[in-house]
Design a protein around this ligand. Structure first.
Ligand code: HEM
Length: 195
């Protein structure tokens, strides 16, 4: 992998849908400001447990988030000025520079402020330093003993994170596949439409 990180064997032959569902995405996929119990519940509904949640959240070691996905942490729910106390104040000040109260919704920010282009366990170190970007990242440390322990373990042991991440990716790939003649087995993963 160009970014580093673990490899794993991808089981082939999964049947994928020919369509996408906006309501499915809105209802089934966790939102960045969901509470921890809600996120745990949404994972559990797909057969994914707490280890899967904390390990897969480590996917945020690469990539970006738009301002609109974490603005609430900077200015409070309903813009009431109640800044998220679990966000490092220096980091919050930096974020506010390009993520104002209104406007700039699409401005992009690294999900991992230290090593955005490396797949590593820095994400967990960020969380320990209150530098997790999304609420859903930081609450892994602050809202449950079980998820907190895993954050500490992955920060201390990158090999363990890689091992769990790879296993959880295979589990995630096996979520309710289509069967029979429904959907298709992708021959070209990069195909974006069927026209
Ligand atoms: C715990 C539940 C999760 C929540 C609430 C969540 C939320 C988000 C949000 C809000 C963004 C930024 C989207 C935007 O602003 O446009 C994002 C980006 C991303 N997420 Fe997650 N995510 C979750 C789980 C995962 C999982 C399981 C993976 C994969 C293992 C993952 C991988 C990524 C990646 C790679 C990006 C960056 C995409 C890019 O740069 O274009 N996330 N996530």
């Amino acid at each position: 992998m160009q970014t580093g990180g673990p490899g794993w064997e991808v089981p082939l032959g999964r049947r994928d849908s020919l369509t996408a569902s906006l309501s499915g995405s809105n209802n089934l996929i966790p939102a960045p400001n969901d509470s921890l119990p809600t996120i745990i519940g949404k994972f559990a509904n797909q057969g994914l447990d707490i280890v899967d949640l904390v390990a897969l959240s480590g996917g945020h070691t690469i990539g970006d988030s738009r301002c609109v996905s974490f603005r609430q942490r900077l200015y409070g729910q309903n813009n009431n000025g109640q800044v998220d106390r679990t966000l490092n104040p220096a980091y919050a000040a930096e974020l506010r520079g390009r993520c104002p109260r209104s406007g700039g919704d699409q401005n992009l920010f690294a999900l991992d402020l230290v090593t955005q282009f490396r797949f590593d366990n820095q994400y967990y170190h960020n969380i320990l330093a209150m530098n997790g970007l999304l609420s859903s990242d930081e609450i892994l440390l602050t809202q449950s003993r079980e998820t907190m322990d895993l954050v500490h373990r992955y920060a201390a042991d990158q090999g363990l994170f890689f091992d769990h991440f790879a296993k959880s990716m295979v589990k995630m790939g096996n979520i309710s596949p289509l069967t029979g003649s429904a959907g298709e087995i992708r021959h070209n993963c990069r195909r974006v439409n069927h026209f």
